[in-house]
Every structure is written in C-alpha cells, then in structure tokens.
Ligand binder design. Structure first.
Ligand SMILES: [Zn+2]
Ligand SMILES: [Zn+2]
Length: 130
C-alpha cells in the first residue's frame, strides 16, 4: 500500500495528496523564496508531478521561469512550486509535523546568522553547483 500524506493552504480552499516517498527534501534560503513565503527560509518536499493530486484553485507567479510559485488566491499561502515535471510541496503546508527532514540546503549565503546549518550538504546556489 502506498503511503499518502495530505496538506493544504491555511484557509483550506487548496488541498493536496502526495503518494509515496518524495524524490528529495531541501531547505532554500534564496531571497525570492524568503519573500514569497515571508519566512527566513523555506523547506520543500519534492515529488514527481504524477505523485501529487491538488484540489482547489491555485494562482502562480513566475519570478524565474519556468519555475512557477503557486499560491492560494484566497489566503495567499504558498502551497507548492512546479518545474520540469516536479511538484515542490511546501513542507509547512503538510497536515502532520515530523514527517520530512531536509537532505540538503541551497542558497546558504542568505541563511540568517542565528540559524545553524543542518548536518547535510550545503550549496551556495542551486543543488549541484557548489
Ligand atoms: Zn487558502
Ligand atoms: Zn528559493
């Protein structure tokens, strides 16, 4: 039986189901993610598009095409991003805590000085371009 994990936006208008295990889990400290989420960093849980079903209306913003940052038009929650056949679900949008742990961090030059690096690979920019 395939594991299903659920989540959604703050108001509940957008819901998602993710099936199976993610491809990877990452923290992003880049300035665009920081501002888009209004948070000092963002954790993403990355699945193949086929693993994720979304219900409800999303709007998107493409600051760095083709990456689409998708949000609920009612409450503004940044629920997921889409790029190259992958859906990056915001870790904080899941219903349960303690399920996913970041495996690497990117754009670490923008990490807040009060936040310690996790004991995982650190990338100054995108993954794979250290
Ligand atoms: Zn909402
Ligand atoms: Zn980012």
């Amino acid at each position: 039986m395939v594991t299903e994990r659920t989540g959604g936006c703050a108001c509940g208008a957008v819901r998602f189901v993710a099936r199976g295990e993610p491809k990877r889990v990452a923290n992003c400290h880049c300035m665009t993610c920081r501002k888009a989420h209004g948070a000092p960093f963002v954790a993403f849980v990355i699945f193949a598009d086929e693993q994720v079903t979304v219900t409800g209306e999303l709007r998107e913003w493409r600051a760095s095409p083709p990456y689409a940052r998708c949000f609920c038009p009612h409450c503004g929650s940044r629920v997921l991003g889409r790029e190259n056949g992958e859906t990056e679900l915001s870790l904080g949008a899941f219903d349960d805590t303690g399920v996913f742990t970041p495996q690497y961090e990117v754009f670490v030059g923008h990490r807040e000085p009060w936040q310690a690096a996790l004991p995982v690979p650190q990338f100054p920019a995108m993954r794979g371009n250290p």
